[in-house]
Design a protein around this ligand. Structure first.
Ligand code: CA
Length: 239
């Protein structure tokens, strides 16, 4: 793993005192490509958050040291972490307390026991909402431009007609140039987690996207990494 790649990966802090659940979440979030840190005490979490805030925090409600709700309140009171996405985990008996969790500024909450894919989907949704690139209506690299509002793609002034899947695929790849996504990650992000689709489908759509983007001798902006997956070439348009 090189440092550039690490710098591109969202950092997630898990604060959970149930060791088995903490490990399960760490394992699954790492498998999705996130950089994961974990701690099992509220006071320890507080120190880490002061040192270097992550991109998102998964925060248990009941914790030794400082409670999740108090951590959340403090996060919201500091400029550096005011907008940090927080997913709160609550036990079933604490459900009545949800409103309090949301009132201190948690962005989302999940009631235990929850399904891991559901939590993963919420993590993705929150990161997406929080990331400034998402707010931008337009993505560009080299002579390729993608406009999210008009759903138009252009290369060097010529309009490129993409199907809806190819459009989403390009949007997703263009958002993180240089990052290589596995077929499973692309299926999940572009087709949706419920999709029961063969991974070869990804190859078919990447092929279509490539043919649409590059004519004649134009440089192919999409990288294929054998055995790994696909990504948008971060050197595209710079060479
Ligand atoms: Ca707990």
């Amino acid at each position: 793993m090189n440092t550039r790649d690490e710098a591109n990966r969202p950092r997630i802090l898990i604060v959970e005192d149930e060791a088995a659940l903490g490990l399960l979440l760490t394992y699954n979030l790492e498998a999705e490509g996130y950089l994961v840190e974990r701690c099992d005490r509220g006071d320890e979490a507080e120190l880490r958050l002061l040192e270097s805030p992550p991109d998102l925090i998964v925060l248990d409600w009941m914790l030794p040291g400082i409670s999740g709700i108090e951590i959340c309140r403090r996060l919201r009171a500091r400029d550096a972490t005011r907008a940090l996405p927080v997913i709160m985990l609550t036990a079933r008996g604490e459900e009545g307390e949800r409103i309090r969790g949301l009132s201190v500024g948690a962005d989302d909450y999940v009631v235990k026991p929850f399904s891991v894919p559901e939590l993963m989907a919420r993590v993705r949704a929150l990161l997406r909402r929080a990331s400034p690139e998402r707010i931008a209506g337009r993505l560009a690299a080299g002579d390729i431009e993608l406009d999210r509002e008009t759903r138009r793609v252009r290369r060097g002034g010529r309009e490129i007609h993409l199907g809806p899947t190819e459009f989403r695929l390009l949007d997703y790849l263009l958002e993180k140039p240089g990052r290589i996504f596995t077929r499973a990650q692309l299926l999940d992000a572009v087709w949706g987690m419920s999709a029961e689709i063969d991974e070869r489908t990804v190859d078919v759509h990447v092929g279509r996207l490539r043919r649409a983007l590059s004519r004649g001798r134009e440089t192919d902006p999409i990288r294929t990494v054998r055995g790994a997956g696909y990504g948008f070439d971060e050197m595209f348009g710079r060479a």
